[in-house]
Design a binder for this molecule. Sequence first.
Ligand code: ZN
Length: 211
Amino acid sequence: MLSSNFGRLDAEVEMVNESVADCFHLDIMDGLFVPNLSYGLPVVKAIAKKAAKPLDVHLMIQHPDRYLEAFKEAGAAWLTVHYEACTHLHRTLRAIRALGMKAGVALNPHTPVTMLTDVVHDADLILIMSVNPGFGGQAFISHAFRKVAAMKELVLREKAATLIEVDGGVDTQNAAALCDAGADVLVAGQAIFGSNNPAPAIRRIKELISK
Ligand code: ZN
């Protein structure tokens, strides 16, 4: 939703509701963990009020533990924290699940997937950043393919049910190859909201990955 038009948020939410998208992906930035600010709890609540699909909330913030409950109350169904922002990641993931949400961990492009070996069963979702977090509309880092494949291997080896999500620069050029590499969930922002026809743009990506 970072790439959506906030001046007409209700209409953007309605478009996603009526599209073949599976959920809403919300990027929260604090100006500390990432250089940029995005939006906070009031916007999450406003989207939740109109959304007919689950909210997948991606916290690019320092000390996310302070806000887990607030995001639950705001309507998050999935809550993802950054590996790089959590000193006690295992505890944080447990706390997210205890609040009744699905727990996710995101990895910056420089963080190897092996850092998650010991928490793979505690995460419902692992998010591979395919751009450096902080801004919408960046170019895709192709190293993400190898990283998704390595993560898939780890998930299979550990016999975990963890989903793999890719976030950043996803479009019709890389969507199918990302799924082939092992991605289960794709986040598309600019590829959707930067298009003149967002709903068909979502459908095109879905068609590419269902083959
Ligand atoms: Zn995100």
